[in-house]
Design a protein around this ligand. Structure first.
Ligand code: ZN
Ligand code: ZN
Length: 346
């Protein structure tokens, strides 16, 4: 099969198309013919060699969607022709965390596609079924590929962790990325008033189109006074922190008493100063949100199928252009999401 194999960590031109053997599904696994695979910033970090669990040669990609073409032994409930999309990571399904529904925290099996497991930059992918969701008919392969990492993460962040309710006001930082645009749409659909923060005027229109009631364009990092102004001095009930350390202080200051801050991104991987007094007197809740469970992926796929949440896939390019796609992503030349399309089979 054709696959983009990373033989050495480093620059984007290290991503080259090769011919490699088609892998064989084992127990609890299926062979998936990949129809589309999203390119995520996580893949760029991985390619540079900054994810310790990846070893070269590696096939990257944790956002694959396609069709089951072979079912391994002892894999009940799955058949040839099933439409599937990958979760970012696996879970064991049996530990206390998994049994309490918190699969994305499982430590017994935390293998990631594109890291310990070969990923979706290929014509075929072997996937343990614990790492797959089922794609309804009517969702394109390109949309299905990106749903997990955008809308799935938004479901986990807005609904599961943030417990956003109708009538609440929700602040979303870094709102114009994939998770942000999905979070804006989802919070709005759930009846919240949505205030989106973005760094550039050019991105404001997409945020209004996604359903944000208010858009704050903040080049400097002083948006909390603007948030107060737009909430009659109250502050917001929930804040979704997608940027992380850089905006954390302003986001914390934007919260109303009893407010909930959900941290889902930390782009600069920095640390923050926190005044515990503020957390105490306002009884704030600071929550983390990480990845997506299979139930949340199913929910995200349904939200997409029903048109409640729209995917922003801007480009589909041939798999052979993976290196070029990485280069452009690193240079911020891609608006929305880009997916790779493997060559048709002979
Ligand atoms: Zn991703
Ligand atoms: Zn587990």
């Amino acid at each position: 099969m054709k696959a983009v194999v990373l033989r050495e960590f480093g620059a984007s031109h290290n991503l080259l198309l090769e011919s490699v053997p088609v892998p064989k599904p084992g127990r609890g696994e299926v062979l998936v013919q990949v129809h589309a695979c999203g390119v995520c910033y996580h893949d760029v970090i991985n390619r540079r060699g900054n994810l310790p669990r990846t070893h070269v040669p590696a096939i990257l990609g944790h956002e694959a969607a396609g069709e089951v073409v072979e079912v391994g032994p002892d894999t009940p409930g799955w058949k040839v022709g099933d439409r599937v999309a990958t979760l970012q990571r696996l879970s064991c399904g049996e530990c206390a965390l998994c049994k309490s529904g918190r699969n994305s925290l499982c430590k017994k099996d935390n293998r990631f596609f594109g890291e310990e497991l070969p990923g979706g930059y290929a014509q075929y992918l072997v996937a343990p079924v614990a790492g797959l969701g089922r794609v309804p008919a009517g969702i394109s392969w390109a949309e299905a590929a990106t749903v997990c990492c955008t809308t799935g993460t938004a479901v986990h962040t807005v609904r599961t962790r943030g417990r956003v309710r109708a009538g609440e006001t929700v602040l979303i930082t870094g709102a114009s990325g994939g998770v942000g645009l999905s979070s804006v749409q989802l919070a709005r659909a759930d009846g919240a008033r949505v205030i989106a923060v973005t760094s550039g005027e050019a991105k404001a229109e997409a945020l209004h189109a996604a359903g944000a009631h208010e858009v704050i364009v903040s080049r400097g990092l002083d948006f909390s006074s603007e948030v107060r102004k737009r909430t009659g001095g109250e502050g917001v009930n929930v804040a979704i922190e997608i940027v992380g350390s850089v905006t954390f202080d302003q986001t914390l200051k934007s919260l109303a008493p009893g407010g909930r801050l959900v941290v889902v991104g930390n782009l600069e991987t920095g640390t923050v100063n926190l005044n515990p007094g503020l957390v105490i007197v306002k009884e704030l809740e600071i929550l983390g949100a990480y990845a997506t469970t299979r139930e949340e992926l199913d929910e995200a796929l349904q939200l997409t199928a029903s048109g409640t949440v729209r995917q922003f896939v801007s480009e589909s390019v041939p798999l052979a252009e993976a290196g070029r796609a990485h280069f452009r992503l690193e240079n911020r030349e891609i608006a929305g999401r880009l997916v790779l399309i493997p060559p048709a089979l002979q």
